[in-house]
Design a protein around this ligand. Structure first.
Ligand SMILES: [Zn+2]
Length: 257
């Protein structure tokens, strides 16, 4: 089986003591590629170091995370934009709007998000979108910048039935499904199968959002298998079908040639 973790922060310090073992264990479990969204300027070196050690296995994205948007965001964006000239990045991410933690910089978050959506069009790269309690704002920005020209992932999808439909109406967007789908309170399990499998990718968001049966512990890419298993139940197909289709979806998005 060949699985792809489309959203993982294995470059973060939570993995400093055992990163190599974690990657080896994931590969042993069939998780063969790792797509890594950046956070802000302080994470760039860690991200690129890891990508440099694992060419063809660990792929870096570049962007400014919404919870890192503050009064200095223009300076952050300037540094991050220059990164695209230094090396190859497979996507603009992780970008978006987050009103769960803090609404202080809403205006700045929207501006940073829309600037980075423009970059993705200019660089012809997909986007990896983080949205938390901000779905209407995210959708508004996508339509304002031009949703037909954009492609990417709604990372950590867990929205309402209406939000699912709105995501599917963005023609070149996929839903990133992670460990949350294994939680009993995840209502979206009831209607998720309305999304065709061609619109689904798997992710862990490690070290966060650990699936059952490891909930409460640090998440790692090897746990992707539990999310794949839950999707197999929801869609009523063998887990191999989930693996094949989601891997193909990820490959087409990140490596379109
Ligand atoms: Zn993330």
């Amino acid at each position: 089986m060949y699985l792809v973790d489309t959203h993982t922060h294995i470059f973060s310090e939570e993995f400093d003591t055992d990163r190599e073992a974690i990657i080896k264990n994931a590969i042993d479990h069939g998780v063969r590629q790792f797509f890594m969204p950046n956070i802000d300027t302080s994470s760039i070196d860690r991200l690129n170091n890891l990508a440099g050690h694992y060419p063809g296995i660990c792929f870096p994205m570049m962007g400014l995370h919404p919870t890192s948007v503050n009064a200095h965001y223009l300076k952050e964006l300037e540094i991050i934009y220059k990164e695209f000239d230094h090396q190859k990045y497979v996507a603009v991410g992780e970008i978006g709007i987050d009103l769960y933690w803090d609404k202080t910089f809403l205006k700045e978050q929207i501006a940073a998000f829309e600037t980075q959506l423009q970059w993705s069009i200019e660089k012809n790269l997909p986007v990896d979108i983080h949205t938390r309690e901000a779905f209407p704002q995210v959708l508004e920005s996508l339509h304002k910048i031009g949703v037909d020209k954009l492609r990417g992932i709604f990372h950590s999808f867990g929205g309402t039935r209406e939000e699912l439909e709105a995501c599917l109406q963005c023609p070149h967007f996929l839903l990133g499904i992670n460990g949350v789908v294994t939680y009993k309170k995840a209502e979206f399990r009831e209607y998720l199968a309305h999304a065709p499998l061609t619109r689904i990718v798997l992710e862990t968001d490690a070290p966060y959002l650990t699936p059952v049966p490891f909930r409460g512990k640090r998440n790692e890419p090897a746990h992707l298998i539990y999310t794949a298993q839950k999707l197999a139940e929801i869609y009523g197909v063998p887990i191999e079908t989930i693996a094949e289709q989601t891997t193909e979806n990820a490959r087409k998005l990140f490596m379109p040639d």
